[in-house]
Design a protein around this ligand. Sequence first.
Ligand code: PMP
Ligand code: GLN
Length: 396
Amino acid sequence: MTGMTSSARPLLNRRLAAFGTTIFAEMSALALRTGAINLGQGFPDTDGPEEIREAAVRALREGRGNQYPPGPGVPELRAAITAHQERRYGLSYDPDSEVLVTAGATEAVAAALLALVEPGDEVVALEPYYDSYAACIAMAGGTRVPVTLRPHEGSFRLDLDELRAAVTDRTRLLLVNTPHNPTGTVLTRAELRAIAELAVERDLLVITDEVYEHLVFDAAEHVPLATFPGMRERTVSIGSAGKTFSFTGWKVGWITSTAELVTAVRSAKQFLTYVASGPFQYAIAEALRMPDSYFEEFRADMRAKRELLAGGLEQAGFTVFRPAGTYFITADIRPLDESDGIAFCRSLPERCGVVAIPNAVFYDHRQQGAPFVRFAFCKRTSVLEEAASRLKSLAT
Ligand code: PMP
Ligand code: GLN
């Protein structure tokens, strides 16, 4: 994979050599090749609201955003982001200096890490972690320090003592993700308070990836880390339109933070994409102002889909971790007499025509994640029903 030059030096630099191809691309390619149902990569199989799509068409036709938008994002979107944070969480940000629109949350994560991490700094991240975190920490020259969420009574939990023990004098920042991909864990208010207290006590910066903020179920609630005492001034909060409005291809994300942190992150972002997604920024500005009913219906729809897929997986014999948030279910394959999730996922299309993601790739110590696989349920009901019926063949 890493080609050789005549001097035998690998082409791909040392920082990236370990990462290979993202699992999402690999598994979506496998689904295409085999015609299997793709419950791997997390993208919906239907588009978001028609009026938001029309808003993008209107922006294109009216010539809004067809040329480079302003570096921080178009004013309409920045205003809509701050209004959304204020309305939902009582967090107030200045749309001119405390918001930055990015090419999805992916660029927000990359720019924040590239801007804030010095080579040699330690970055404490929850494991299993979204794959771009590890690669971006490496590109920034930082050292990843994983704190593992462990299965306990039906969900993956954070051990606060382990988190405290992971912080050293070299720790620069905590990288948090709630609702958490891939486990579906939503950190509780008490856990978040403890994280906040630790960050304040040790004077750490915090990056919090909250792209699934609108996807929480039942009694779970999403509480932004920035709302805790002492946190607004040290936290870079990341959001994305992709998940909330089912337009993952538009790549509209954002950060909210202090003017100093936003300026720092923009210093990196300006040399990555500079700007992106012009007309879509206008459409997402409208989307963020949709009435509460949109967000409630979206959540109810996903909750029903969670039940459908969780039931199917249980009937197929998996042990299911019912997620409190996100649109992913992590399942344990050991009841099926399997133990290697990577091999299991590679063989699943042939065995029953379904694609899933092996959680092992999101762990430093792959063995810890070996028996867990992730299924996405952001798909049409008929597709989930068909997938559930195919998976049942594993039980026999
Ligand atoms: N963070 C997490 C936890 C994710 O699951 C994803 C995938 N949507 C991203 C970031 C990237 O989001 P985007 O598509 O907006 O770049
Ligand atoms: N966030 C999506 C997931 O977890 C994938 C996004 C991507 O392919 N980079 O499935």
